[in-house]
Design a protein around this ligand. Sequence first.
Ligand code: ZN
Ligand code: ZN
Length: 97
Amino acid sequence: MATQRGELTSYDYRQMRARTLAASDVCIVCGHGAADAVDHVIPVSKGGPRRDPDNLAPIHGVDGCPVCLRKCNSEKGDRSLAEVTQLVTSVDWFAGP
Ligand SMILES: [Zn+2]
Ligand SMILES: [Zn+2]
């Protein structure tokens, strides 16, 4: 009753995650390997297809990236990848530590 219509079951998610990570484990946000989760390139809430493999990409999950220590998935949140990478490049180049 509480599940939203069209919501992925955890089984579906695991299948898609395994398939996506088998193809590549390079995180779409930071570009490092060892991604352990997948995310929608275009968020489902913004009209991205939920089950389309082309809309799924590797990303660092709750443990973050072992190389740059960013929490890529929570950083990306509900934004589309284009928004995130734009933000990231402008911050990296102009802000500094
Ligand atoms: Zn990452
Ligand atoms: Zn990284």
